[in-house]
Structure formats: structure tokens, C-alpha cells
Design a protein around this ligand. Structure first.
Ligand code: SAM
Length: 298
């Protein structure tokens, strides 16, 4: 794919606008004739008090490069810059927003780089190193609903590990991320998120906070990848074990994990083979992942 950088001048010229002089977001949208497009999961936050609260959840940003997926009209982007982010890299798939975002970049004294592209294909580590070397990477985003979970799983399990992730999801997805064993919402996403990160739901927002309002309420999940993350082989095994176990969540593990070793695998991990996935805690899944590697190596 071809990345397109919207040019950011190194320093603001006297004639260009400062962040404080930018028009209100509704006006900026009207000026650029922009309406939300459902295909891109567009539900905008146009109240800067709300976007500032979200930016603050991410903690101090002065030493950080923030990667934002889907800046849209730039409400959260403005808040991240207002809150002192050293640099923001904003990746937007809908090219209609690039001119408006370029205006924002021009007002941001070289602290904002806008990239037109698909975040699913982005190489965040390469972008952060090239555009903001030496800064601590954090991810902050009001994610498009259709790709939010896929992006989170990639950021949790992949080679690029941000210092933290502050992510707006549908409320139900945020609850799944933080659910514990035995809860109805507990599933594959809960296990991957909590095995690899400290996780909490930091804020909930009613549907009416967005323009246009989605059908459901939303919530911000805050995730801090663990310093003692398991090695890549265990993470890959955990992905396999959780996919099999929760793929057939009503079945006993002896049956849902059959292709990975079934009863013998459970025995090696010290797990009851008659139990169902939803009752196994994070430590239990990590033991299953480890045991599945042992059996691969036999
Ligand atoms: N951040 C803005 C806000 O809070 O008002 C917009 C959030 S809206 C829920 C999601 C944004 O992600 C939209 O601007 C949409 O165009 C963009 N988007 C959707 N899919 C994307 C993808 N694969 N890569 C990058 N941006 C994407």
C-alpha cells in the first residue's frame, strides 16, 4: 500500500493558525462539507471537554509519541496536542478528512503527522522510529467498531508493544476486555488482554455523546502491557488455545481442545478436562498454552 503523508511544516509560520484559533469541530466539518460515513464506522466526538478527559486517561504525554487511529475530524487529536503530546501520528483511512487534518497539522507546530492509510496495515514501530525517535509510544483512539478488536489483538500480541493503550470501544467490548472467569462477558479477548496487559474500564460514554449517535453506549478501556509479557511462542500458543476453547465455549475442554491434545493436555496443565473455557482463569490458560508447547516439542 502507498502511505501518503500530509505535509507538516517544521515550525508554524506567523500567518498560520495556532491550535487555539481553530474553528469549533462542527464548523470545521461544515466548512469541509463532511458527513459521517457508516462504512468507516464514523461516530464523532465533537465536545473537546470529552476528548480532553479521554486524552488525560493516557497519563503524561510530554515524552510520548501518540499513535491515533482514525482521527476523523480531529477532536481527540486536538485534545492530545492540548494535553502536551510531544508528537501525534494520526492514521486515517477516509481521505475526505485529510485536508481538514492537514489544517490541524499546520496549527500544531510540527507535532502532528497525518497519514492517509489503513491502520490494519500500519507498521507502528517503523512509523514511531522514523517520525519521533526516542519518544515513548502510546496508542490513543476512538476506534472504528468494525476493526477495533482486530487492532487490539495485534497490539497485544505483536512485536510492537506500546507503553499503554487508551481505546474507545462499544461498551460491551470494553466489558469483555476486563471480564474475569465465570462472568458472562469472559472470553478470548479477556484472556489475551489480561494475560498480556493490566486492564481496566476507565470511562463510559452514552451513545448521545457521539455525532451521529451509535446504537450502543461506549467505554474507554485502558491497557498497560505487562513488563513480564510471556515470550512470543507462549503468546502464539495462547492465541491457539483460547481460539479453540472459546470457539466451542459450551463444550468441555477435553473436547474443544481435542486437536491440541485434549485430556492429556489438560492433565499436563493441571486443568479439569471436564471444565468449560469460561471457568478457567488467566493463569490456567497460560498453563494450557505452556503445556501445548511442551507437547509440540515432544
Ligand atoms: N477520532 C474521531 C473522533 O473521536 O471523533 C473519529 C472516530 S470514528 C469512531 C473512527 C474513525 O476511524 C473514522 O474517522 C474512520 O474514518 C476511521 N477509520 C475507519 N477504519 C479505519 C482504518 N482501517 N484505518 C484507519 N482509520 C480508520
Amino acid at each position: 500500500m502507498r502511505w501518503q503523508h500530509a505535509e507538516t511544516p517544521p515550525a508554524r509560520s506567523a500567518a498560520s493558525m495556532a491550535l487555539l484559533d481553530l474553528p469549533p469541530l462542527r464548523e470545521a466539518l461544515a466548512d469541509h462539507d463532511l458527513l459521517a460515513d457508516k462504512r468507516f464506522g464514523q461516530h464523532f466526538l465533537l465536545d473537546l471537554n470529552v476528548t480532553r478527559k479521554i486524552a488525560r486517561i493516557a497519563g503524561p504525554l510530554e515524552q510520548c509519541v501518540v499513535i491515533e487511529v482514525g482521527p476523523g475530524p480531529g477532536g481527540l487529536t486536538r485534545a492530545l496536542l492540548d494535553e502536551g503530546a510531544a508528537h501525534v501520528i494520526a492514521i486515517e483511512k477516509d481521505k475526505r478528512f485529510i485536508p481538514l487534518l492537514t489544517e490541524l497539522a499546520e496549527a500544531a507546530d510540527g507535532r502532528l503527522t497525518v497519514i492517509e492509510g489503513d491502520a490494519l496495515k500500519a507498521d507502528e514501530a517503523a512509523l514511531a522510529t522514523a517520525l519521533a525517535p526516542g519518544l515513548t509510544p502510546k496508542i490513543v483512539a476512538n476506534l472504528p467498531y468494525n476493526v477495533g478488536t482486530a487492532l487490539l489483538v495485534r497490539w497485544l500480541t505483536g512485536a510492537f508493544t506500546p507503553a499503554s493503550m487508551t481505546l474507545m470501544f462499544q461498551k460491551e467490548v470494553a466489558e469483555r476486555i476486563a471480564a474475569t472467569a465465570g462472568a458472562e462477558a469472559y472470553g478470548r479477548l479477556s484472556v489475551l488482554a489480561q494475560a498480556l496487559a493490566e486492564t481496566r474500564v476507565a470511562m463510559t460514554l452514552p451513545a448521545r455523546a457521539f455525532t451521529p449517535p451509535p446504537r450502543v453506549d461506549s467505554a474507554v478501556a485502558f491497557l498497560q502491557p505487562r513488563a513480564d509479557r510471556p515470550p512470543p511462542a507462549i503468546i502464539a500458543a495462547l492465541e491457539k488455545v483460547t481460539a479453540a476453547a472459546f470457539g466451542q465455549r459450551r463444550k468441555m475442554l477435553r473436547s474443544s481442545l481435542k486437536t491440541l491434545g485434549g485430556e492429556a493436555l489438560c492433565a499436563r496443565a493441571g486443568i479439569d478436562p471436564n471444565a468449560r473455557a469460561e471457568t478457567i482463569d488467566i493463569a490456567g490458560f497460560l498453563r494450557l498454552a505452556g503445556a501445548s508447547l511442551d507437547s509440540e516439542n515432544r
